[in-house]
Design a protein around this ligand. Structure first.
Ligand code: FES
Length: 100
């Protein structure tokens, strides 16, 4: 199945099972390696992305659940200047790296 995902401000069409956790689509299909798979159990936050401004754990959330949402992976934080001034971006980086 072809999924259209909006990631870091761009639409990407990927061939993936919608039940595949988003992290595998990011890393294996889109070569976005900044999002890490660590525990895989919703414990560490290494896989966190923003989806419509909310933190989501991509290790356990199916990629199909993100269709129609604006996803920001770690690579998109600096590029999009998410969080505004430098301090805001730093806080967001912490959010994406800190345990939920
Ligand atoms: S990899 Fe640890 S919460 Fe997703």
């Amino acid at each position: 199945m072809v999924l259209t995902l909006r990631i870091n401000g761009g639409d990407h069409q990927v061939r993936a099972d919608p039940q595949t956790p988003l992290i595998y689509v990011l890393r294996n299909e889109l070569n976005l390696k900044g999002t890490k798979l660590a525990c895989g159990l919703e414990q560490c936050g290494a896989c966190a992305v923003l989806a419509d401004g909310e933190v989501a754990l991509s290790c356990v959330t199916e990629s199909g659940a993100f269709v129609g949402e604006d996803i920001v992976a770690i690579e998109g934080v600096a590029a999009r200047r998410v969080g505004g001034p430098r301090r805001g971006r730093t806080c967001l980086l912490h959010t994406l790296r800190a345990p939920p």
